[in-house]
Design a protein around this ligand. Structure first.
Ligand code: PLP
Length: 361
């Protein structure tokens, strides 16, 4: 067996330990005589799996009791519609456009009400986080929306925007569980799990109870996208993505074992600094993001020559460092170094980059 160093932006690396455990339980989960894939979502065994997953997530993120935790499906992109449908009671919301995922959410929201772009970093190809300390937020806005970590461009909000008392709604897909989060600062947190937590097909929604108490803002909201229905049914309104949630549960336990989110943050900072320190000192490779807004998870970089970028990606792939190609819309390279990417992988990648620089500079 030869597992590569996988720098994919998503679906992405999972802890090897988790995969091995799942392998061991593939044919027979505990004493059930069947795989988790084969069991009823209403069975006692599965009930324990999903309840434990929720509890472990609550422990890890310190989620207060007045927040609901729901496992959804349909892609995190479906939540771009789910957010306005559930929350746009006054029909007005503010969006901070820091990249493609925020833009997509903003465009989707326009179908359901008035979505206002209150800040943007499009002028410099999303290479920084705009100043959000004094935004022009209307009094009747239902919420302020951000994408907290920009998977494609590699920026991250280091301080949350001043929402002037409006609910903060955040897409945490690519930084979920990478560091501690003060849940009480948010009305809604959502994210797909395929970046940092599990296999694609599962989204996690964390929503403060009072925001969904009266049901969705829009009466035409499909039942499956009605957060109150989903929460009232403990994520079991219909068949959930059972196997995916089971893997997420294992990853939650793995993070607990690693020491929780404080430890995860320290590890991720150490890991990212190996790569950023190299990029800062290289005359050949360079990072593309304003240093103070850099993401710990997604690190884009370029050589300055498309031809050399291509050569680098090809040679890196051959050497066992895969999925380093930048997003199809931006080019260059991107190393996604989520929780499960080991620090040895980043150190070896940097060694490889040094060698490539010597040979090609
Ligand atoms: C990947 C990603 C999404 C989209 O997720 P899908 O499950 O493919 O719809 C949304 N937001 C962010 C920040 C992402 O990284």
């Amino acid at each position: 067996m030869s597992r590569v160093y996988n720098f994919s932006a998503g679906p992405a690396s999972l802890p090897e330990e988790v995969l091995r455990e799942a392998q061991e339980e593939m044919l027979e989960y505990k004493d059930t005589g069947m795989s988790v894939m084969e069991m009823s979502h209403r069975s006692k065994a599965y009930d324990a799996i999903i309840k434990e997953a929720e509890q472990d997530l609550r422990d890890l993120m310190n989620i207060p009791d007045n927040y609901k935790v729901v496992f959804l499906q349909g892609g995190d992109s479906l939540l771009f519609a789910g957010v306005p449908m559930n929350l746009m009671k006054n029909g007005k919301a503010c969006y901070i456009i820091t990249g493609q995922w925020a833009k997509k959410a903003y465009q989707e929201a326009q179908k359901y009400g008035e979505a206002i772009a209150v800040a943007s970093s499009a002028d410099k190809t999303f290479s920084y986080i705009p100043d959000c300390s004094d935004l022009d937020i209307p009094d009747d806005a239902d919420y302020v929306y951000i994408c907290e970590n920009n998977t494609i461009y590699g920026t991250k909000f280091k301080t949350l925007p001043n929402t002037k008392g409006k609910e903060l709604v955040a897409d945490l897909s690519s930084c979920f569980l990478s560091e501690p989060v003060d849940v009480t600062k948010y009305g809604v947190i959502h994210g797909g799990v395929q970046k940092n937590i599990g296999p694609s097909g599962v989204q996690i929604l964390i929503v403060r109870e009072d925001l969904i108490a009266d049901g969705p803002a829009k009466p035409y909201t499909p039942t499956m996208m009605d957060w109150k229905v989903q929460a009232d049914n403990d994520s079991l309104y219909n068949t959930p993505p059972c196997y995916g949630i089971y893997i997420c549960g294992k990853v939650f336990k793995w993070i607990k074992k690693m020491g929780g989110l404080e430890a995860m943050k320290a590890y991720n900072e150490k890991k990212a600094s190996v790569l950023y320190n190299f990029l800062d000192n290289s005359k050949f490779f360079k990072g593309t993001v304003t240093p103070e807004d850099r993401s710990l998870m997604n690190v884009p970089f370029v050589t300055g020559s498309e031809e050399l970028d291509k050569k680098f990606i090809a040679e890196a792939t051959k050497a066992g460092f895969v999925n380093l190609k930048g997003h199809r819309t931006v080019g260059g390279m991107r190393a996604s170094i989520y929780n499960a990417v080991p620090i040895e992988g980043v150190e070896k990648l940097v060694e490889f980059m040094k060698k490539f620089e010597e040979e090609n500079a």
